[in-house]
Design a protein. Structure first.
Ligand SMILES: Cc1ncc(COP(=O)(O)O)c(C=O)c1O
Length: 387
């Protein structure tokens, strides 16, 4: 028994080293990591550029308060704004906190419009975090169970259903729509190609903020640096975390136009948010995306995975569908043929790290994965599903 609270139930393995797509446990055994710490180490474990930035920065200065200017933070904000066509950034320590900042901005936006009881439209099955506000925004009852009363400003509508959003067009209390470009925790749910464009059209017509939660789907995961680039749109708010630090805790709430003017001195803050160390890591992440062909690799490996999977699993009755965008992968399984509840442990025994959501396998492998590693992954999946 450990002294940790029981909110996690960790598997019986401890990793002590990581390199690229591979993790090594205390016995020296190697595991193929097809999860990247749940979409975090997108550039692979212990990427040399990130490690160097962390070592150099830790020898220089770890932390100063946001009471003072932080050079790395200003540099990172400028690069993110240039890359995402946004105006301003608030740095947090996690995805939930980035979303929390977005929700606070939406409240201030409501105040600016004299709306007393603002409504934010969010999606069923969406996931936005575990703080009280983001838990309320989340559209999964299993995550919310036991925590009522929740914040009442969220109305959940069906994902990828434009009529469900349009239904609220005459409701003058609505101030924002908050959705994931691709739903991650729901098991990789990819909306129709023009869904986000249509959501943006409705937001523009009604003066609502479009708040995209790109915590899981951005930072190269779908083959573009930001997932909504596939739609050629710019949201009012974009939340990032996970892959932004490649393993160090950093989140970012980017805002454009009126949304970027809502936070004024004293309205929000974070002790650690955007400190010199974490922003050094994130600068390294952006440098790697700029100087190497990571995004090309994502698109190439995505196609390779798809074609290999279709060849090898064409006649496999257990597989119902495959949902894939870049290296965000969901494989639907028939629960009557495969016992999904056992698959994570079974995969672990075969030294493969995956995740199960409902009756789907979810995989978010490092974006630097090679064809050889995909071959290993596919052969492990064949064993996993057919035994
Ligand atoms: C889309 C999305 N938003 C928010 C979060 C919460 O991020 P964090 O766990 O860093 O608070 C997650 C985490 O899985 C996520 O996938």
């Amino acid at each position: 028994m450990s002294n940790l609270m029981s909110n996690y139930s960790p598997l019986e393995v401890t990793f002590i080293k990581g390199e690229g797509c591979w993790l090594t446990d205390t016995k020296g055994d190697q595991y193929l990591d097809a999860l990247s710490g749940i979409g975090v180490v997108n550039l692979g474990h212990c990427h040399p550029v990130i490690t160097k930035n962390l070592v150099d920065q830790s020898q220089q200065l770890l932390h100063t308060s946001n009471v003072y200017r932080i050079g790395n933070q200003e540099e990172l904000a400028q690069q993110l704004c240039n890359l995402a066509n946004m105006d301003k950034v608030f740095f947090s320590n996690s995805g939930a906190e980035a979303n929390e900042a977005a929700i606070k901005i939406a409240r201030l936006y409501a105040r600016s419009k004299n709306i007393e009881k603002p409504i934010i439209l969010t999606a069923n099955q969406g996931f936005h975090g575990r703080t009280m506000a983001t838990l309320s925004a989340t559209g999964q009852s299993k995550v919310q169970a036991g925590f009522s009363p929740l914040m009442s400003e969220f109305i959940h509508v069906n994902y990828d259903d434009i009529d469900a959003i349009n239904y609220y067009k005459n409701n003058s209390d609505v101030v924002a729509v908050m959705v994931e470009p691709i739903q991650g925790e729901a098991g990789v749910i990819i909306p129709k190609n023009d869904y986000l464009n249509k959501v943006q059209d409705i937001c523009k017509k009604n003066d609502w903020l479009l708040m995209l939660d790109g915590v899981q789907s951005c930072i190269g995961r779908t083959g573009k640096l930001f997932a909504h680039e596939h739609n050629g749109i710019t949201p009012d708010i974009l939340c990032l975390a996970k892959g932004l630090g490649n393993g160090v805790p950093i989140g970012a709430c980017l805002a454009k136009g009126i949304a970027s003017k809502m936070l004024t001195p004293g309205t929000h803050g974070s002790t650690f948010g955007g400190n010199p160390l974490v922003t050094a890591a994130a600068l390294g992440v952006l440098e790697v995306f700029q100087n190497t062909k990571v995004l090309e690799n994502v698109n190439e490996m995505s196609e390779y995975f798809k074609s290999e999977f279709e060849t090898k699993f064409r006649n496999n009755e257990a597989v119902t569908d495959i949902r894939i965008k870049g290296l965000m992968i969901g494989i639907g399984l028939d629960n009557n043929i495969v016992d999904c509840s056992q698959l994570v442990k079974k995969a672990l025994k075969d030294h493969l790290l995956i995740n199960i959501t409902g009756s789907s396998i979810r995989m978010l492998p490092p974006l630097i994965i090679t064809k050889k590693e995909i071959d290993i992954l596919i052969s492990k999946l064949i064993k996993l599903i057919s035994t």
